[in-house]
Design a protein around this ligand. Structure first.
Ligand code: NI
Length: 179
């Protein structure tokens, strides 16, 4: 974990009000957490801009009945086997499928694969979620404590919103007709 350094910011009053309004609507409990998240998002954006190794998820919604579409989508993933880590397929209804494809590799290669998948006839929507491998991400605890307490003496506070989300069981598949 990184060493915490206290710093101060000079912001115009109206900008500070906007910051606090954004903070209220977020999962963060204080300005420090909020600023850390903003900075991390900016660092990830820079990693993508510089075409560094990145992590992403491509979400596709498509009509599986479209001629040859399912085969083409699988074929594209096989041709990018160095970057595709895993894929989850969900049958949304009788006609529609969703696929979440987790990808790791150079940012441009991930973007290219997402663009190719999006361009296939029958794909109704495609979204690329850009994330990071975390290798270059400064790491601190969300509570601001840089030294974790021993496990036996650690008091368990009620889980916060983001922790509750992490506790949800992962749903990776739903019963339905095969494409
Ligand atoms: Ni399906």
């Amino acid at each position: 974990m990184g060493r915490l350094v206290r710093t101060s910011l000079a912001l115009e009053a109206d900008l500070t009000e906007r910051l606090d309004a954004l903070l209220k609507g977020s999962h963060c409990t204080n300005r420090s957490e909020f600023m850390r998240d903003l900075l991390r998002n900016e660092l990830v954006r820079k990693e993508w801009e510089k075409d560094e190794e990145a992590l992403g998820t491509v979400t596709l919604v498509y009509a599986h009945g479209k001629r040859e579409l399912s085969r083409k989508l699988v074929s594209l993933q096989h041709h990018h086997v160095a970057t595709v880590l895993a894929a989850t397929h969900v049958h949304l209804d009788h006609d529609l499928c969703a696929e979440m494809i987790m990808v790791r590799g150079r940012a441009a290669a991930i973007q290219q694969l997402a663009d190719l998948l999006r361009a296939q006839k029958g794909v109704l929507h495609a979204a690329l979620s850009m994330s990071t491998t975390g290798k270059k991400m400064p790491c601190t605890s969300r509570t601001g404590s840089s030294t974790p307490r021993p496990r036996s003496r650690r008091r368990r506070s009620p889980p916060r919103a983001w922790e509750r989300l992490c506790d949800r069981p992962a749903v990776t598949c739903r019963a339905g007709p095969s494409p």
